[in-house]
Design a protein around this ligand. Structure first.
Ligand code: PNS
Length: 177
């Protein structure tokens, strides 16, 4: 049987790349790049949690990621709260994208994928591998390095670097009254 374009599902699936993204770094950028090669519509879903160790508010995180993708119509940025699967259903998405860096990520990711599938059987989690140069990169490390005065140039996109600079300038040089 030859290629029959009529058999292709006309409704392209919407993929959600969920995370805390505090902050969004180059490893995340590389995963979105890969995801947009597979799925025409990728929604970056930013978890609306402002944990006590959070550096940026959920609104600030969303603003930065919107700035990064402002000229890319394939990428939409949304904030969500509550269960990820409820958010997926709300926006009619069936794919979850996650980056898998190393074996150490596996157990947590596997548990989440299975729980999400139990809660929403139509969902499929797709794991993408990161760029080798960002294998060690995590938001936690970025937060720690900048807090201690280290340089994260090249590890975060410009809008994030600008916000980090602004944040730490404020902390290290408080305005004099
Ligand atoms: O980047 P992170 O912090 O590892 O992302 C974790 C995230 C946001 C994907 C996960 O915590 C999540 O989906 N939270 C929403 C609440 C939820 O659905 N929990 C059950 C997941 S099995």
């Amino acid at each position: 049987m030859g290629y029959n374009p009529g058999m292709i599902e006309p409704h392209a699936p919407v993929a959600v790349y969920p995370g805390s993204f505090d902050p969004f770094h180059e490893g995340h950028v590389a995963i979105v790049d890969r995801a947009t090669r597979i799925f025409p519509n990728v929604v970056v879903g930013i978890l609306q949690n402002a944990g006590k160790d959070a550096l940026f508010s959920p609104a600030e995180r969303a603003e930065m990621v919107r700035e990064i993708y402002q000229n890319n119509p394939a990428v939409e940025v949304r904030a969500f709260s509550g269960l990820l699967v409820n958010f997926l259903q709300e926006i009619d998405a069936t794919i979850i994208i996650r980056g898998m860096r190393a074996v150490s990520d596996f157990e947590y990711e596997f548990q989440m994928a299975l729980m999400n599938r139990r809660l929403y059987p139509e969902v499929e989690t797709v794991f993408l591998t990161p760029k080798e140069e960002y294998l060690y990169l995590s938001s936690r490390l970025v937060r720690e390095v900048v807090a201690l005065g280290g340089d994260v140039d090249g590890l975060v996109p410009d809008p994030v670097r600008d916000r980090l600079e602004e944040r730490y300038r404020k902390v290290t040089h408080p305005p004099t009254r």
